[in-house]
Design a protein around this ligand. Sequence first.
Ligand SMILES: Nc1ncnc2c1ncn2[C@@H]1O[C@H](COP(=O)(O)OP(=O)(O)OP(=O)(O)O)[C@@H](O)[C@H]1O
Ligand SMILES: [Mg+2]
Length: 253
Amino acid sequence: MARRKMIYEGKAKILYEGPEPGTIVQYFKDDATAFNNQKKATLEGKGVLNNRISEFIMIGLMRAGIPTHFIRRLNMREQLVRQVEIIPLEVICRNVAAGSLCTRLGIEEGTALPRSIIEYCYKKDELGDPLVTEDHITAFNWASPQDLDDIIALTVRINDFLTGMFAAVGIQLVDFKLEFGRLYEGDMMRIVLADEISPDSCRLWDIETQEKMDKDRFRRDLGNVTEAYTEVARRLGVIKESGTVTNIEEVMK
Ligand SMILES: Nc1ncnc2c1ncn2[C@@H]1O[C@H](COP(=O)(O)OP(=O)(O)OP(=O)(O)O)[C@@H](O)[C@H]1O
Ligand SMILES: [Mg+2]
């Protein structure tokens, strides 16, 4: 079999050319990075978990009528997606104060926000993904005002969907990061959700114990990172009750 052409290797995923034009394969690695690549580790099984969790969420969103890049999962670590023109923004939606919001504004972690807040960071690793405003986004033409309207409307709907989905399994959705892309179909263009939604890109707290079940366990050296991701997958019903990190490859349904 001919070797696939690699399109891009990121910090958490590798993109390969897909079987048909306009498709790509997203391969989920076990690599974890934080603080703009200053902290690195390999977390065995993370890629498998994120592939499955992201698949589950993308399918749920599509059923709720939200357009995404997702086509289908191919195997334990890969999914087939539509190739899009990525809008160079990290769209962050916050329900509870955490992370950089606390540092920036001096708000205590865990404070409920008066309403959900959307923030944007310009995707530029060399600059450390700086916070930008809607004015920067439209002035520099990273997205048009119409694109931005669509992005906001989709983000609000995704927040509603995810908040309910996680609450139903005893998890509080504190905040999350989204990426969007432009999908061209003939002479039509629409904005769709791209990339992944997983414990790498969401802050998830156990509703009862307030325990962190996301990448902050890695950022803050809290330990049991993959165990926490496994628990998220287990609660969502993505892996069997008995699933653990060590038998992760076997317990996948
Ligand atoms: N459907 C898609 N079409 C094209 N590119 C995509 C699609 N979905 C995600 N991507 C891009 O693929 C890459 C995924 O790799 P990964 O998440 O490892 O990147 P990263 O290290 O976070 O780097 P980056 O700063 O580029 O996001 C990202 O650059 C993301 O923007
Ligand atoms: Mg990424």
